[in-house]
Design a protein around this ligand. Structure first.
Ligand code: NAD
Length: 508
């Protein structure tokens, strides 16, 4: 391992072997099963984590519950002030944290930095929200009565995150939950535990200064042990889970069985439509970033492309030429555009999809193979596809783009919507009518619908999430804070009478 890597890890407090349970500070998990975090660009081990057990899990939850009792009584704007300091702490460590994201999950450096910036932005947004946890007031039908709604904290929130946003997805949840008065216990992916530990340490240090150590918990352990404990835990009124649809379906069932809430951010199968009026240079750039960026490992990655038949042949040629110029390699080299997949399993899934594409009659125009070098590198792939190919209904978490040709926009929109997932969608068009059709009730059925930008790279100010098998959750901006709080309707009588609603009388 290069010395600079060791320096980076130790600057962030990462040891050769790290605890998998943090209730503020680290709990002793020595002797537990260990998991190694590897650099997907080289296959080298970065560090190990000694996994948490069920007993550690309980300790983390108890610490969070205890801190929550006091935190909920801190006025929301004061909670916001502490979150502001967390944002600043992440600002101070942005360079180190961003480089760690790149090391651990293989995102190119500008995306690693961008991810940490997103967490900082979330802290800033949450500070503003902390003064705007507004309820409505209503006019009572009864004389001298007043009605209003107020919002209370929910309690301790369980946050489960996917490997591909090892820092920002936690912040989407945690920054908002904290200003809402909640405690947060985080169960990150075992594929990215070091980023979670480093992020936890940076933010927890701020809480410790204010006497709230333990309010943020971190638990790194096996799904079958601590994951299952979390989703079935009656002490957690909300589980916010980001990951595959398979995982989300399971979490949804477990939380429904105990009538708890869940917030699900699951897989996508995102499409871009390009119509004949589109600025094709813009479209090309948007598609390339959407499909190849993050090596196709974003929930919002572009997986399907619908080209109008009048532009399809020439545009496909340009797209293939652009794919062949993508610089693939070390994600920490600033000139690299595409890094590795997360691990060998992901490479195998890419290869299985390539087999299925061939069997189902797809034509591979470029890519379709593994790159022969250390690490989990594959070639970004463009496929000439038909709408009836079963593989196009699935999210393969890799840089594979299916290209279709359409004749009229209604057909393209119908094909776009005809998948189980409903996360992100875009149209490139300079036609006002086509744009409005795409955005209308008969247009895109996704949670995100963009015009003249690609499917990925959402800003935090809007509510983020998707429909159908994407899970229906909404996180980050707009009024998403409501998911982390409970609503209470209050009716106050300041009259000397006791009138009943709906004119009901009940007199002795
Ligand atoms: P994954 O489903 O394999 O794992 C996600 C998380 O769920 C991990 O922390 C994992 O440990 C946990 N988990 C799995 N089984 C569990 C159980 N029984 N109990 C509790 N926790 C359990 O997903 P992944 O491979 O890490 O991430 C890729 C997936 O995430 C893709 O499908 C992608 O689209 C999706 N994703 C969605 C969004 C979104 O906002 N919609 C964002 C990022 C990633």
């Amino acid at each position: 391992m290069k010395t600079s890597t060791q320096q980076l890890l130790s600057s962030l407090g990462i040891d050769a072997v790290n605890s998998g349970a943090w209730a503020g500070g680290a709990l002793d998990t020595d002797g537990g099963q260990r998991v190694a975090s590897t650099n997907p660009a080289t296959g080298e081990t970065l560090a190990e984590v000694s996994l948490a057990t069920r007993a550690h899990y309980d300790q983390v939850i108890e610490a969070a519950q205890a801190a929550y009792q006091r935190w909920r009584m801190v006025p929301a704007p004061k909670r916001g002030e502490i979150v502001r300091q967390m944002g600043n702490a992440m600002r101070d460590q942005k360079d180190l944290l961003g480089r760690l994201v790149t090391l651990e999950v293989g995102k190119i450096l500008s995306e690693g930095m961008g991810e940490v910036q997103e967490s900082i932005d979330m802290a800033d947004l949450a500070v503003g929200m902390s003064r705007q946890l507004n309820g409505l007031t209503m006019h009572s039908e009864r004389d001298r009565h007043r009605m209003y709604e107020q919002w209370h904290p929910l309690g301790t929130i369980g946050v489960i995150t996917a490997f591909n946003f090892p820092n920002a997805v936690w912040a989407w949840n945690a920054m908002v939950a904290l200003i809402g008065g909640d405690a947060v216990v985080w169960k990150p992916s075992l594929k990215a535990p070091l980023t979670a530990i480093a992020t936890h340490r940076v933010c927890n240090a701020v809480l410790e200064e204010h006497g709230f150590g333990g309010l943020l918990g971190l638990i790194i352990g096996a799904d079958a042990e601590v994951g299952e404990a979390m989703i079935h835990d009656k002490r957690l009124p909300l589980i916010s889970a980001t990951g595959s649809t398979r995982m989300g379906r399971h979490v949804g069932q477990a939380t429904a069985a105990r009538l708890a809430r869940c917030l699900l951010e699951l897989g996508g199968n995102n499409a871009i439509i390009v119509d004949p009026s589109a600025d094709l240079d813009l479209a090309l750039r948007g598609i390339l970033f959407g499909a190849v960026g993050t090596a196709g490992q974003r929930c919002t990655s572009t997986r399907r492309l619908f080209l109008h038949e009048s532009i399809a042949p020439a545009f496909t040629d340009r797209l293939v030429a652009a794919y062949e110029q993508v610089r693939i390699g070390d994600p920490s080299d600033p000139s690299t555009l595409m890094g590795p997949l997360i691990d060998d399993d992901a490479v195998q899934q890419y290869l299985q999809a390539i087999d299925a594409i061939r069997q189902q009659g797809g034509e591979i125009l470029t890519g379709g193979s593994v790159i022969d070098r250390p690490g989990s590198f594959v070639r970004p792939t463009v496929v000439r596809a038909r709408p009836d190919m079963a593989i196009c209904q699935h999210e393969t978490f890799a840089p594979i783009l299916y290209v279709f040709t359409y004749r009229d926009l209604s057909q393209a929109i119908a094909w776009q919507n005809d998948v189980p997932q409903g996360l992100s969608s875009s149209i490139f068009s300079d036609s006002f009518r086509n744009v409005e059709r795409f955005l209308s009730h008969e247009g895109s059925d996704c949670g995100i619908a963009n015009v003249n930008i690609g499917t990925s790279g959402a800003e935090i100010g809007g509510a983020f999430g998707g429909e159908k098998e994407t899970g229906g959750g909404r996180e980050a901006g707009s009024d998403s804070w409501k998911a982390y709080m409970r609503r209470q309707t209050c009716t106050l009588n300041w009259s000397p009478e006791l009138p009943l609603a709906q004119g009901v009388t009940f007199e002795i």
